[in-house]
Design a protein around this ligand. Structure first.
Ligand code: URA
Length: 269
């Protein structure tokens, strides 16, 4: 009996099924096709998502970001970021910015990957080694997993704008310090204003804490819609687990799959 079970699991594993993401069977191919069709056709009326996945503004908690005392670096970033009229302008301002110490040790500035304007914007933690070499966010193993996660809901690079809380790789891939994220935050805020997303997804605790100004751990923060006010516009934001965490903890893919369904449903409305 035990041998049968092992053979059965091995067969699934060989077919590429490596993790359990739910209790019941699901037709993933049908879901992907449905999302693709919805995103392709501007006229298509998407099927209403199940009630528990619907975006209900009344039940969404607005984010009240605590006032953070500006540092000299963040005040300078704020002044220059506010003047940027386009992403190209903003890139030039970030290139000229000397208020984030990470710039001194990084090889490249990693600004964004994907579309300049997008309904979906993802904000991760910080560039790693692969990103520093390529000069783009999320191109290493975590980025490849992220692309697969997005593909599962019918999203490719042409429909998403991907960036980080800081634009330079922290030495040795350490976590960026609150001072480093705070120094870059005015640029990230201006980037959000210029991209004009409808939905912002915060990948991991550092992004969730930096952008939302909340202090709880990511396992508590994830999976809930929060209304973020950006330049007078209300943007839906959702924190989820970081793909690098999923590489270390594949069982957590189940929670992220739930979050991806929330994101897909929000984009369909
Ligand atoms: N992890 C991140 O948070 N961002 C990247 O760009 C790459 C890995």
């Amino acid at each position: 009996m035990r041998d049968d079970i092992v053979t059965y699991i091995d067969a699934w594993h060989a077919a590429g099924v490596t993790d359990a993401v739910g209790d019941g069977p699901a037709n993933w191919f049908a879901l992907v096709d449905q999302r693709r069709a919805t995103l392709k056709s501007a006229d298509a009326k998407p099927a209403a998502p199940p009630a528990e996945l619907r975006w209900a503004p009344a039940s969404v908690s607005p984010v009240v970001r605590p006032a953070v005392a500006p540092t000299a670096a963040s005040a300078q970033a704020h002044a220059t970021a506010a003047a940027a009229q386009s992403l190209d302008d903003l890139l030039r301002q970030i290139e000229a910015f000397e208020g984030c110490g990470l710039k001194a040790t990084a090889k490249s500035l990693c600004f964004y990957r994907g579309a300049p304007k997008a309904r979906l914007m993802l904000i991760g933690e910080a560039p790693g080694r692969d990103e520093d070499i390529a000069g783009k966010p999320f191109v290493g193993r975590a980025g490849q997993l992220l692309d697969k996660m997005l593909a599962a809901i019918g999203i490719d690079e042409s429909k998403v704008h991907i960036t980080n809380t800081v634009y330079w790789r922290p030495p040795g891939n350490r976590t960026p310090t609150p001072e480093e994220t705070q120094a870059c935050a005015p640029f990230v805020t201006r980037q959000i204003e210029l991209v004009e997303p409808d939905v912002i997804v915060l990948l991991g605790g550092v992004a969730a804490k930096s952008v939302l100004g909340l202090t709880e751990g990511i396992l508590k923060l994830r999976g809930k819609w929060r209304a973020l006010s950006v330049a007078g516009r209300e943007v839906r934001s959702l924190a989820t687990l970081h793909p690098a965490y999923l590489l270390r903890t594949p069982a957590a893919k189940r929670q992220v799959w739930q979050d991806l369904q929330l994101i897909a449903a929000a984009l369909a409305t």
